[in-house]
Ligand binder design. Structure first.
Ligand code: 0PR
Length: 403
């Protein structure tokens, strides 16, 4: 069984048994969701059905959909099903690799729409501007670099939402898009999309909503009476929405979705693909997985709105339990959780020191940048018992710090 490094360097064939053994060793270094120790991730353990379906479609390539017409039909149904809970009857869009790709596609559409409207043929790079909240995900920094537009970062109000007055003041003739977030990465806050929509209509500007995280919770929580703000296409100014099945949708990675109100937004970013079975392609990725579309389709059918309501509600119950427990122990909650994210710090312990002590007890948390705090994303793999253990450890840590 044991084969030498020499052998490896020559890249001679190995026995299957050795390969599995080696990979098992690598995998043993990974954390598992089921341990409950991953507290700072927006991904979770995929549902077994999603894994099974994914395996059945591994060879399918949506980069050349004429070869995989059945899978292409699945992708279209996924976009339709998702759009139905975003209040849009005739959607256009794709299942993509995640929120980053979806956001980059939306920004490309917005820029090209602006160019079309203004008769701009060449890049006038430095003059394009996108208005977005300070809380927006870093994928917009990538988009800005790739597409050459300036980011106009808007301050947040007292509730960490994008400040609407500042948005109005920042609009000028170079504005190509406004971005609002429904479920911010650090705090899970929902921006005032209804107001942004009015501003977008009044100024004839493209409005993109990044609901990568919140999109798979907000509609289902509202079904059961949560009364969260409306972020969807029923706001006439919303041009596109990012929404990720691989976050709260329980599907395998990589599954994100971009949903557009108009076909033109997709056409504006299509390039000729002469030697494929279709003559145009709009996604950033060329050869792309059909398996994630199939797995997402299966999960949407299997869970239904009710299943996703139950899932999101379970996470919210755990979120509120954690927030209350932290508050009782004297921690500062940055904000009352709107979705399943709790961010906190301690008035007498430096956040970095607190993180170190938490990590010494084998928990993985993440740190927010504004304001600086510890962030816990209460995903479906985090159970009540894990949170009880976590609180026990926090009480010990407090003792160590003498507070
Ligand atoms: N938009 C929002 C609002 C997001 O929160 C994220 C990711 C994205 C877009 C980009 O999505 P993709 O990562 O699918 O391209 N937010 C998390 C983050 O960056 C993703 C994450 C997932 C982080 C798992 C950690 C982790 O373990 O914080």
């Amino acid at each position: 069984m044991e084969q030498s490094n020499d052998h490896m360097m020559k890249n001679e064939p190995f026995e299957e048994e050795y390969i599995f053994e080696k990979l098992k060793e690598f995998k043993s270094q990974d954390l598992t969701y089921s341990s409950g120790r991953i507290l700072g991730s927006m991904c979770s353990e995929p549902h077994p059905l999603s894994k099974k379906v994914h395996m059945d479609f591994l060879e399918s390539n949506l980069g050349d959909p004429g070869l995989f017409e059945g899978t292409k039909a699945i992708e279209e149904e996924v976009i339709k099903m998702i759009a139905s809970f975003l209040s849009l009857d005739r959607p256009y869009g794709n299942v993509v690799t995640g929120g980053s790709e979806a956001n980059i596609m939306a920004m490309r559409s917005a820029r090209n729409l602006y160019k079309e409207k203004n008769g701009i043929k060449n890049q006038t790079a430095e003059s394009f501007e996108v208005i977005l909240p300070k809380s927006a995900h870093f994928s917009f920094k990538k988009a800005s670099d790739m597409l050459s537009f300036k980011l106009i970062e808007i301050d947040l109000d007292d509730e960490y939402r994008m400040d609407v007055e500042s948005v109005k003041e920042s609009i000028n003739k170079n504005t190509i898009a406004i971005v609002g977030v429904a479920g911010t990465t650090e705090l899970g806050i929902i921006d005032p999309i209804e107001e942004l929509s009015k501003i977008a209509i009044d100024n004839d500007i493209y409005l993109h909503v990044d609901a990568a995280f919140g999109g798979f919770s907000i509609p289902f929580l509202n079904d059961i009476g949560y009364n969260l703000p409306n972020f969807d296409f029923s706001n006439e100014g919303v041009s596109s929405i990012t929404i990720d099945p691989h976050k709260m949708g329980l599907t395998v990675i990589p599954a994100g979705c971009i949903v557009y109100r108009k076909k033109n937004y997709l056409d504006l970013i299509s390039v000729d693909s002469p030697y494929l079975t279709v003559k145009k392609q709009s996604t950033i990725v060329g050869t792309r997985s059909g398996a994630t579309s199939a797995a997402t389709w299966a999960m949407l059918k299997y869970m239904g709105r009710e299943g996703y309501s139950e899932l999101a509600n379970g996470c919210m119950i755990n979120t509120n339990f954690l927030a209350d427990a932290l508050f009782k122990e004297g921690f500062n909650l940055i904000t009352k959780p709107q979705l399943n994210i709790v961010s906190f710090n301690h008035p007498k312990i430096e956040t970095n020191d607190l993180v170190k002590s938490i990590e010494d007890k084998s928990w993985k948390v993440s740190i927010t940048s504004y304001p600086r705090a510890i962030r816990i994303v209460v995903m479906p793999h985090i159970k009540h018992t894990h949170l009880m253990e976590f609180m026990r450890d926090l009480r010990e840590i407090k003792k160590e710090f003498d507070v």
